[in-house]
Ligand binder design. Structure first.
Ligand code: GAL
Length: 357
């Protein structure tokens, strides 16, 4: 009996004291440097000065975890396998404070980009005000002097109020415009979102708009803290969610999902040569068993691995809405076949996958 107790204690210690990880095991518990499952859901990565930073929704236990009780959690890593807990980068405001990011608001899919001109780290996220469920459809912005924060909340908004997109004439031929017109004065819906910084330093905010029917791609101002007013409507009436945008060989790629809440559905992909022009849909990038439900996950980010040739990783979430903190991360390599992204399941894999290609 005593021996079993010692064995259990040693096993627990081994897990908690953090052994060095050397591979990705999609869908499994992913311990941080304290041996605690990483808490950064709907996240995104930033590479800055030789370090990766992972920002995501800090979830708590139970279905309360579907609301923001804590804020945005940050982790850092040099190798993408082993993550150091850097704590809460953006904290929600106390209940009753009147802030837009009051505790128990919905704060999802935070993404951080670095602005070379201002030297500031800029975080954008999807925000639903307390008590409004998913009716606010706002985007929020926060700013910090260092990657790990603390981030200071700046404001939240409905973007592009009173503006027409640059492709209005073409886009209105391809799908409905009723919701767009409804929100024209007050600003457009902004729900699931991604950020993308192009080679010329211009940043874009990609978001599900018009009650999720149509995606908007909006240029940010030079300081990344506001919308410039230039935007395009893409994928009219396609109900795209969970956008992830990246660039490879002169093509912009989009990976996203359909619109079924926390339940997984088949992923979608697309590409274009001009981020604000028409996108060519390429179908479900996932292949093999479980491909019809994105292996039980939903995209959140696409990472270009630094210092490796043609190495891209799709980051996705397996949501557990009944016990949100137990959500899992599904990171899988992206292959390219005839210019199309292809994602296959791997129980375990590491970065040497890209050397073998
Ligand atoms: C998903 C969305 C998640 C979350 C969820 C709520 O479609 O991608 O970020 O908003 O709906 O049901």
């Amino acid at each position: 009996m005593k021996k079993i107790a010692v064995l259990i204690f040693s096993l627990a210690c081994f897990a908690a004291c953090g052994k060095e990880l050397k591979s990705f095991t999609p869908g499994e518990i992913w311990p941080d440097d304290n041996g605690v499952h990483i808490n950064a859901h709907g996240g995104g990565l930033l590479f800055h000065d030789g370090t990766y930073y992972w920002f995501g929704e800090h979830k708590v236990e139970g279905d309360a975890g579907n609301r923001a009780m804590v804020g945005v959690h940050c982790y850092s890593s040099k190798d993408l396998y082993n993550w150091k807990d850097e704590g809460v980068a953006l904290a929600v405001a106390p209940e009753g404070s009147g802030s837009d990011i009051e505790k128990s608001c919905i704060l999802e899919r935070p993404k951080v980009i670095y602005n070379e001109k201002t030297g500031k780290f800029v975080m954008w996220f999807h925000l639903e005000l307390v008590g409004e469920e998913y009716r606010s459809a706002r985007t929020g912005v926060a700013v910090a002097d260092s990657a790990t924060g603390p981030y200071k909340f700046v404001r939240s908004l409905r973007p592009n109020a009173g503006q027409r997109p640059i492709n209005w004439d073409e886009s209105k031929k391809k799908g409905s415009t009723d919701i767009f017109e409804r929100d024209f004065e007050g600003g457009q819906f902004s729900r699931d979102m991604a950020l993308f910084v192009d080679d010329d330093g211009k940043a874009y905010h990609i978001h599900s708009s018009e009650e999720n029917k149509t995606t908007h791609i909006s240029e940010l101002t030079d300081d990344y803290l506001d919308f410039s007013g230039k935007f395009a409507r893409v994928f009219p009436d396609r109900y795209m969610e969970a956008p992830a945008v990246f660039k490879r060989g002169g093509w912009y790629y989009f990976i996203g999902s359909g619109c079924t809440g926390w339940d997984p559905n088949a992923a979608r992909s697309a590409r274009t040569k001009d981020i604000m022009d028409e996108w060519e849909e390429l179908g479900n990038p996932c292949v093999g068993e479980g491909a019809d439900i994105t292996f039980g996950a939903q995209s959140t980010y696409a990472l270009k691995v630094e210092g490796m040739d043609d190495a891209y990783i799709l980051l996705a979430d397996r949501w557990r809405p009944k016990n949100a903190i137990d959500g899992r991360y599904v990171w899988l390599p992206i292959d390219f076949e005839d210019g199309k992204p292809v994602v296959r399941w791997h129980d375990e894999w590491d970065l040497s996958y890209f050397d073998k290609k």
